[in-house]
Design a protein around this ligand. Structure first.
Ligand SMILES: Cc1ncc(COP(=O)(O)O)c(C=O)c1O
Length: 305
């Protein structure tokens, strides 16, 4: 991947190639980390970070779930993210802050292992591949299930949980699809490997509820807000696989994927097989919001300068 200039590690900017951890770091061996993905968008007033405070809030909530001893305040993390975006200059569009147990330790007990923070900026562009936002993405239902609330903290972005997402994503790519749909313990749709899911059916929008073993997505929340401002009914409830197969429209939401229509699930065309008007309208409204063109959503933007 393309290197950017500097990575922030525990208060210091280091060169990309110098951003290293020990092979015995607890997080490397046991997945004990919590991360975020945050987008940066160009606006007329300069680059802005989309829903920075909400991302940092979720990040710190994740560290509480993992009971990490975090040496930074909310404001310090927000400032460090802004500083990292600024120092890396033009073109970075995605930030990945990650708290991780960086202390050297063999053994599962995480108590007392040093917690570190690293913040990386990259130039991501389109996450699901060129043309997917315009033409729709292909999904398969993964044989790997979404880790559910009784087995893992599904509602937190814990590094180790993403092993299942990696396996599901691999399965999708090997089968010629863009993304993997993951079911929960009840056999209902939870979400995709890194995106939430919405269906549009009989004039209403539906998305799985927070207790269905999903990550409570910030883009999901933005789209629920934008859709209700546009007059749509949005309901959080169980969504079955059959409902997705027979929906008029299906789309994914996520920081990396933004809003991406789904054209095919398990070889079945969704609706007409082309992105539908509701998804298009929401995507356009979302693009206006993230670029600072809709005053109703200005609070969602934090200017970098
Ligand atoms: C498993 C999972 N679900 C959903 C999402 C979408 O969440 P957000 O919109 O906050 O990026 C993500 C991405 O962070 C994710 O990793």
């Amino acid at each position: 991947m393309e290197k950017t200039k500097k990575i922030w590690i525990d208060g210091q900017f280091v060169d990309w190639d110098q951003a290293k951890v020990h092979v015995l770091a607890h997080a490397l061996n046991y997945g004990t980390g919590v991360f975020e993905g945050v987008r940066v968008y160009p606006t007329e007033e300069g680059p802005a970070i989309f829903r920075l405070k909400d991302h940092v809030k979720r990040l710190l909530e994740g560290t509480r779930v993992m009971a990490f001893d975090v040496p930074y305040s909310f404001d310090e993390v927000c400032q460090a993210i802004k500083d990292t975006v600024r120092i890396n200059g033009e073109g970075v569009d995605y930030v990945k802050p990650c708290f991780f147990l960086g202390g050297e330790e063999v053994g599962l007990n995480p108590i007392g292992v040093q917690c570190k923070l690293a913040i990386t900026c990259i130039k991501m562009g389109s996450y699901l591949g060129k043309g997917t936002q315009e033409n729709g993405a292909k999904l398969i239902t993964s044989s790997w299930k979404r880790p559910w609330n009784m087995a893992a903290p599904a509602g937190a972005k814990v590094n180790g949980i993403y092993v299942t997402s990696c396996l599901a994503k691999r399965e999708a790519v090997m089968r010629g699809a863009n993304e993997a749909l993951m079911l929960n313990a009840q056999g209902n749709i939870a979400e995709c490997s890194g995106e939430n899911i919405f269906i549009y059916k009989r004039g209403k929008l539906y998305t799985p509820k927070v207790t269905d073993s999903i990550l409570e997505g910030i883009t999901r929340n933005s789209i629920m807000q934008i859709a209700s401002d546009l007059g749509y009914d949005v309901l959080e409830r169980e969504v079955s696989r059959v409902e997705a197969y027979t929906a008029d429209e299906v789309f994914m939401t996520g920081t990396a994927a933004e809003i991406t229509p789904v054209s095919m699930i398990d070889d079945r065309p969704v609706g007409t097989g082309k992105p539908g008007p509701v998804c298009r309208q929401l995507l356009d409204a979302f693009h206006e919001a993230v670029r600072g063109k809709d005053p109703r959503y200005h609070d969602w933007l934090d200017l970098v300068e």
